[in-house]
Structures are given as C-alpha cells and as structure tokens.
Design a binder for this molecule. Structure first.
Ligand code: ADP
Length: 482
C-alpha cells in the first residue's frame, strides 16, 4: 500500500498520547480481504493495556471537560479538516483492509469527517433549561454535563465512520474515549488517532487499543471508571456487552443487527425503486446494517422490477476495490461468503428461482457475484436472517396490510424502505413500520444531521443529529432556595 503520507500507516496502538507495542510484544498480521496479502501488523493488547488507556482517559478528563465548547469544537474542526486533507490516503487504506471500492471508501471518509464537523458545531448547543419553581422561594434549573470516561467497540464494515460517529459527540460533549476497533480494520482506526494527535487533541482524550476482543471488552465493560459504552456490531455480542456492563450500570448505545424490508408498491416509480434498491442492497457488497435484506414487490410490478433490477445488476463490476470501475469488492472473509452461500442454497432448495448471479465470482476467494432470487417466500432463511452480502430475495405480495405485517415480522427494527406515491399510503406505511428509520422513495438515509438507530433487537440510542450528543451527556437538576 503506497500512501502519499506513509506516517498514517501506524502499526502501534495509541494510548495516553503515545504509540505503544503490547506489553508482551505480541502482534497480529492484517491481510487484504481481496488479495490475502499482508498489509502490516498491530499489537495484540489485553487487560493491562486497556486499564492503562482507561486511566489515561480518566486523567485527561478534567482538563478536556473544562475547555469551553468552542475550544473543544476548534480542535474537532481541525481533526475534521485533516480527515479531508488525507481523504485519498485514508480511502486507500480502508479499501486495502476492508475491501470496499475506492469510490465508496472516499465517500466513507467524507461521511466519517461529517460527524466530526457536525459535533464540533453541536458542542456549542448543549443547552439546559429553567423550570418555573414549585414553591415561591424555589428556582429550578437543568444543566447538562459530560458523562465522563467512555468506551467504543466498533465493527469492520465502516472502519472510519463507526468510530467518528461515537468519538465526535463524546469529545464534543467533554467526554474522553477509549476505542477498540474491529480486528479486521485496525489501520483506519489508528490513522484516525494519528490525525487526532496532529489536530491537537490532548493525550488520553482519544485512545485506540487493538488486540484480544474478549479481554479488552471485559475491561471496558467491567471497569467502573468507564461510564458509558457505545457498541456497533451484532445483536448477540451487544446483548453480551450489556450483561457485562450491568454490574457497573453503564449508559449504553447499541447499534445492532438489522433485517431491513424494502417494499415496492404498484404505484411506485419503478426506475427510482431500482436505483434505490441498488444502493440499499449492493453498497459495500451488501455489508451494511441498513442493507435491504428482504425486497417485497407488489404483484402488478413484480416482473418489471425484477427485470430492471437484473439489468442494473448486470452492470456491476466485481473486483479488487482499488481497480478502476469496480463497484463490488470482496466480502470481508470466507465466513461471510459461506453465509451468503448458505442463504442461497436454502432458498433454492425450498423453491426459489435464481434470476441473476448466484455464483462465487470467477475471481474466487472472498468474492461473491451480485445475485437476485425470485419466487422467495417466508419459509426461507433469507426472510429471517441478515444475509450481509450481495443477495437480493424478491418476495411477491398483493395486499398492503399483509406486507406491513410481513415487514414487521422480525425481531429487528433498524431501517426500512418503501417506494410508493399515494400520499395516504405513504403516511400509513411510514407510521406502521416498526423501525427506527424509514426511507420513503429513497434507498440512502444515512447522514450526520439525522438520528441513526434502531428499536427492538436492533439496539438502543441514536447517533448523529442534535440527538446524538445527548447520549454523552448527563442531566443535572439544580433546585435553589432563594
Ligand atoms: P461482526 O460479526 O460484524 O464482526 P461482531 O458483533 O462480532 O460483529 O463484532 C463487532 C465488534 O465487537 C468487533 O470490534 C469485535 O471485535 C467486537 N467483539 C466481538 N465479540 C466481543 C466480545 N465478546 N467482547 C468485546 N468485543 C467483542
């Protein structure tokens, strides 16, 4: 990997403003999921190093929280600018360790940076309240204060944005943070730390610890100094972390799995629906938690939609993300490929029709061809589990109430999408979908200005928007007798 600025490729952890090896010197090599070539190595840290990072965050807290919001915002703004100045290098690093096409990686860097810019500004808008007194001599106020030391555990599918979406509001609010990135994508996380250091964010305010997920996770969850944990990842791990955090009663934000329905009604603009489905299904090779997992198409437009979707899928180019024109990179690893194959085989064995794709791409390895299945029904695994790959199952429906029931028939409640034009239908369906986010006539809903998050088994809390900073603030009620 040839970066313009090779010092962004850090192979040590960043704790208390220092670049460190693991105490026992252990390292792990990280490979490119497209080529299997080793990119470099990172330390395998555990409990002791995590404790040190938490202690550093505790030590850094008083001075960081005592800065004015404007002062903290200025440092965050510099961090934001540095991400954009190094957008090309960060994108190349991300493509190399994660696989997504370079254009998508550049988009993610901009998206990741946008959270830092947004919360640099929001820091100044942490307003309190005054409340009319309940007795003549009482004056009541509410002020908001930072939660304190926080921790984040992040996934590999958005190696930069899932960190900044947590760290930016935390730091803006006056919290300090220890991050454990996904084992597959440590370099982007460490590059963010390098840029935070260059932005003048003080030692201990933002640390990154790589290594043994269980040991690091245990310490982050059980250490009483940590007052909040923010996690993005799978529902089973989220539940485990919540259990581990219970004895110390930490605040929690959990962004967990999804099983997004994508509904196309008879009166939809079909070309627009196809365009939206392409983004909602095939972006990041289908590896986003808001990816359309079940596509429901109403009977009169089912065939037209399937054909137009297949035509669009035929234009996708599978390959190594750094190559020109590639739209679909590899999946993250062989387990991910096996899961898509399992969902495909299960559907075919229960009567689904292979409408497009369906093979491991000719490149082999972790590549999987973008695929469409028709004649899908709810007995199949694709109806129940998140595929997390480039497989689009098309369910046919005729009745509106029936499709709403099917769309809601899942433990998950992150994102849902639908295309239709009748205004009363649009309202009815928007309100009836049991999801934290609904895209109406659009397949792309993520932005730093809106609250991202789910209900049911998809998690707790919201990230981004004016609401996102609340997750890192405590309310204090002051009752004054005058
Ligand atoms: P995925 O299947 O997408 O990798 P996971 O939920 O397994 O999702 O992983 C998301 C993040 O959670 C990663 O950083 C991973 O290392 C971390 N993780 C997984 N298991 C644990 C655990 N038991 N304790 C702490 N962190 C964990």
């Amino acid at each position: 990997m040839q970066l313009n600025d090779m010092s962004l490729l850090r192979q040590q952890c960043y704790i208390d403003g220092q670049w460190l090896e693991a105490i026992n010197g252990e390292k792990v090599e990280i490979a490119d999921p497209a080529t299997h070539k080793v990119i470099g190595s990172v330390p395998v840290m555990g409990t002791t190093e995590t404790k040190a990072a938490i202690t550093a965050a505790e030590k850094a807290l008083p001075a960081w929280r005592a800065l004015t919001a404007k002062e903290r915002g200025a440092k965050l703004h510099r961090w934001f600018e540095l991400l954009l100045e190094h957008q090309d290098d960060l994108a190349l690093m991300m493509t190399t360790e994660q696989g997504k096409p370079l254009a998508e990686a550049k988009g993610e860097v901009a998206y990741a940076a946008s959270f830092i810019e947004w919360f640099a500004e929001e820091a100044k808008r942490v307003y309190g309240d005054t409340i009319p007194g309940h007795q003549g001599d009482k004056r009541l106020m509410v002020i908001k204060q930072s939660v304190g030391v926080t921790a984040a555990i992040t996934p590999w599918n958005f190696p930069a944005a899932m960190i900044t979406r947590k760290a930016a509001p935390a730091l803006a609010a006056g919290c300090t943070m220890v991050v454990k990135p996904a084992p597959q994508t440590p370099f982007t996380a460490l590059a963010l730390a390098e840029l935070a250091e260059r932005a003048g964010i003080p030692a201990g305010v933002f640390s990154v610890v790589t290594g043994d997920a269980i040991a690091i996770g245990n310490e982050l969850c059980s250490n009483p100094v940590v007052r909040k944990l923010s996690f993005t990842g799978s529902t089973p791990v989220g539940i485990k972390l919540m259990q581990q955090c219970a004895p110390t009663l930490k605040k929690m934000s959990l962004e967990l799995g999804g099983n997004a329905p994508f509904i196309v009604f008879n009166d939809a603009d079909i070309d627009a629906a196809v365009e939206g489905a392409m983004i909602a299904k095939y972006r990041n090779a289908g590896q986003t938690c808001v990816c359309a997992n079940r596509i429901y198409v109403q009977d009169r437009v089912y065939d037209e939609f399937a054909e137009k979707l297949a035509a669009a899928v035929a234009k996708l180019k599978v390959g190594v993300g750094t190559e020109a024109g590639v739209t679909t990179g590899p999946l993250i690893n062989s387990d991910a490929v096996a899961k898509v194959q399992r969902h495909l085989d299960d559907a075919l064995s229960k009567g689904a029709t292979l409408f497009a794709g369906g093979k491991l791409a000719s490149l082999g390895g972790n590549f999987f061809e973008p695929t469409i299945l028709t004649n899908v029904d709810k007995s199949m695994l694709v109806a129940k589990e998140e595929t997390f790959g480039p497989l689009a199952p098309l369910f046919k429906f005729s009745d509106v109430d029936d499709v709403i029931e099917q769309a809601n028939d899942t433990e998950f409640g992150l994102a849902a999408y639908f295309y239709g034009r009748d205004i009363s239908l649009v309202w009815k369906v928007s309100e009836a979908l049991e999801y934290g986010m609904v895209g109406v006539n659009t397949g792309l809903i993520s932005t730093e200005v809106a609250p991202f998050g789910g209900i049911k088994s998809s998690g707790l809390g919201r990230e981004g928007s004016k609401f996102g900073i609340e997750e890192y603030l405590e309310m204090k009620y002051i009752c004054m007798s005058v």
